[in-house]
Design a protein around this ligand. Structure first.
Ligand code: NAD
Length: 501
């Protein structure tokens, strides 16, 4: 790795923050390892970055769409070259296992390729007019300067899910990444610099949420905010954007469920539960935090799950064979442990885990054992609130109807899966589940970039990322009507009036 210390990337240059302050990024598996030092920016830095984006906008929005998109192809190729290096850095910066970091970078590569292709489509429609000698078409128009605010759990993929469609759309952007993963963000933005993206098109401002994120949301020249993060921050951003009439797209938390019916392939369901609950230490917005299991198979499922989980190796994600890596930071570790104790107070029973893991070289990291609750019920906080850690709980049901009702019984709605081979149960679930993503015989985690991603209810506000829908976040639809009749034609009036011709 060549560079570890970064300022902000504004108007094509790396610049020091106006505050003169920096902050460190540390390895959650070993907090004594410092990965680098980064700009701790304030409102003046955000303003400088927004001004650069404002100045770059007219030229960028007039650049042919395939040309805009071609930069992404070059970013994708460069990311492929750097995949291993970046994946190792990602594991050190945010903790997840090396295999998962590689998948995160790969998702970024896939999406950059995909969006590069969208630049050759960027379709509108042609629509017949009701009046003669008149023609309609629709075309996308960029929304303007956009602010992109991201979390730390997918430090390459999620930023690309926003930067790439913004670029193709013709928007210029200011990107404010999470304070836990500033190095991944800086290295990603450096790729855009390397492939020659014009100054001001993509700008990076590192820093804390309230100091650097809030001024971006408040800035009058920013026309849209695309935010992925927690419900509390998302709600606040939504309120601010409503007042200033900014477009706002929110991808927030969830309380995802895996339903296991009596005819499920139990081995598969157990693997799916373990992977969905404990990959990325449960820190995925699609993590399986509720296991809704039919009574007929609950004892067998529980036994096999415990056997599987007790074999999980906890440790540094760079080491081979590790299945459970650290959680992101001390605050998150304490939050997860607090939820575990809330669950016990509420009457749920711990079958496995429930504590911090230390010793054997792990004493400087934030490790929590894979935790499985039994007797979790729908009214409990641990069944309703997002924990965002390696904690899942088993809930008992006696029918598919009850399973769907329990699955739907939270304020969130991102991802839900059902394991069954009964076609009736499949369609009942698919039709009635209030989730943006529903899987059948597949885990709740593992999104692919070509399909829309997003949730219902408090998980978001109706927008979708990934897939072709991701362009909707960053464009307005423009309707163009062209009248070549050479006379005034009045809609809904003249076509009924023979004397008008
Ligand atoms: P977070 O809300 O604490 O922070 C997210 C981003 O918002 C960070 O960049 C942070 O600096 C910034 N921020 C914080 N306060 C701000 C403010 N007042 N104004 C503007 N920006 C501010 O979330 P997190 O801990 O980084 O991420 C975890 C959350 O993200 C979980 O709830 C998870 O479910 C959610 N998430 C959702 C998706 C999805 O697509 N639905 C994907 C990944 C993560």
């Amino acid at each position: 790795m060549s560079r570890t210390d970064f300022g902000n990337y504004i108007n094509g240059d790396w610049v020091d923050p106006s505050t003169g302050e920096t902050f460190e990024s540390r390895n959650p598996a070993d907090r004594t390892q410092v990965l680098g030092s980064f700009a701790k920016s304030g409102a003046a830095d955000v303003d400088r970055a927004v001004q650069a984006a404002v100045e770059a906008y007219p030229r960028w929005m007039s650049t042919p769409v395939p040309e805009r998109a071609d930069y992404l192809l070059r970013v994708a190729l460069l990311l492929e070259e750097r995949k291993e290096e970046l994946s190792r850095i990602m594991t050190q910066e945010m903790g997840k296992t090396l295999k998962e970091s590689r998948a995160d970078v790969q998702e970024g590569i896939d999406f950059a390729h995909y969006m590069a292709g969208e630049g050759r489509r960027f379709f509108g429609n042609s629509i017949p007019a009701e009046l003669p000698n008149k023609f309609y078409m629709t075309m996308r128009h960029p929304i303007g300067v956009v602010g992109l605010i991201t979390p730390w759990n997918f430090p390459i993929a999620i930023p690309l899910w926003k930067i790439a469609p913004a670029m193709v759309a013709g928007c210029t952007s200011v990107f404010k990444p999470a304070e836990d993963t500033p190095l991944c963000a800086a290295l990603l933005v450096d790729l855009f610099h390397e492939v020659g993206v014009p100054p001001g098109v993509v700008n990076l401002v590192n820093g804390m949420g309230e100091e650097a994120g809030a001024p971006l949301v408040d800035h009058p020249s920013v026309r849209a905010i695309s935010f992925t993060g927690s419900l509390d921050v998302g709600r606040m951003i939504n309120e601010k954007c409503a007042r200033s009439m900014k477009r706002c797209s929110l991808e927030l938390g969830s309380k995802n469920a895996l339903i296991i019916m009596p005819d499920a392939d139990l081995d598969l369901a157990v693997e799916s539960a373990a992977w969905g609950a404990f990959a990325t230490s449960g820190q995925r917005c699609t993590a399986t935090s509720r296991l809704i299991v039919h009574d007929d198979v609950r004892p067998a499922f529980t036994d096999r799950l415990l056997e599987r989980v007790s074999g999980m190796k906890v440790g540094n994600g760079l080491e081979p064979g590790i299945e459970l890596a650290p959680v992101i930071n001390e605050a998150q570790k304490n939050r997860v442990l607090e939820y575990i104790s809330v669950g016990q107070q509420e009457g749920a029973k711990i079958l496995h885990g429930g504590e911090e893991v230390t010793g054997d070289g792990l004493e400087n990291g934030y490790f929590v054992a894979p935790t499985v609750f039994d007797e979790m019920t729908a009214d409990m906080r641990i069944a309703r609130e997002e924990i965002f850690g390696p904690v899942t709980g088993i809930m008992r049901v006696e029918s598919v109807e009850e399973a769907v009702a329990i699955a739907n019984g939270t304020d969130y709605g991102l991802s839900c899966a059902i394991y069954t081979h009964d076609i009736t149960n499949v369609f009942k679930a698919v039709n009635q589940l209030e989730f943006g993503i529903v899987y059948v015989n597949a885990p709740t985690i593992g999104a692919e970039i070509q399909v829309p991603f997003g949730g219902m209810k408090n998980t978001g506000n109706g927008h979708r990322e990934a897939g072709p829908q991701s362009l909707d976040e960053f464009t307005e639809w423009k309707t163009v009507g062209i009248d070549f009749s050479g006379k005034l034609q009045r809609a809904q009036m003249d076509q009924d009036d023979p004397s008008a011709s």
